[in-house]
Design a protein. Structure first.
Length: 155
């Protein structure tokens, strides 16, 4: 009996210590693969809506990665349409009513995909510091792959 109780207590303590929210739309491992190296995650989810942010600040652990450091990917899912990227280049194969847009603001290049799956709207934003031509060329395919994953997980 004592052994069973101690195992139960250890199990409860270990699950509480490891409890952290996981992004339901894109895993941290997939984000790391898409962004070319280890990422940190910040997740805020409530009743099927919320945000996931993945940040890559170093490329030390993935030499020769296609994307440079200082990348941030943000996924926002809501039951209401986002205001950002309302008009842009139409995309097919990524949810419904999907559009792509890009901006350069204050030394940051930002690309967005906005779309809808059933009653859920999503907005993916990929931001790179600096205006490197390499970053700009590799951001869109990375963002499109992430959007396909998110749309698939929302379906």
């Amino acid at each position: 009996m004592w052994r069973a109780c101690s195992v139960l207590i250890l199990f409860l303590l270990s699950t509480g210590a490891l409890a952290q929210q996981v992004c339901p739309w894109l895993t941290q491992g997939t984000a790391a693969t898409l962004m070319g190296g280890a990422v940190s995650a910040n997740v805020h989810i409530s009743t099927g809506e919320g945000t996931c942010e993945f940040v890559r600040t170093s490329d030390d652990d993935h030499p020769g990665a296609a994307l440079a450091s200082n990348l941030q990917m943000r996924i926002a899912v809501s039951h209401l349409p986002p205001k950002e990227c309302a008009a842009g280049e139409r995309l097919t194969g990524i949810g419904q009513d999907s559009v792509f847009c890009a901006t350069d603001v204050e030394g940051k290049h930002q690309e967005m995909i906005r779309g809808r799956v059933r009653g859920n709207y999503f907005l993916l934003t990929l931001t790179a510091r600096g205006n490197s031509a390499t970053d700009k060329a590799t951001l869109r395919p990375t963002l499109e792959q992430a959007a396909e994953e998110v749309a698939g997980n929302l379906f």
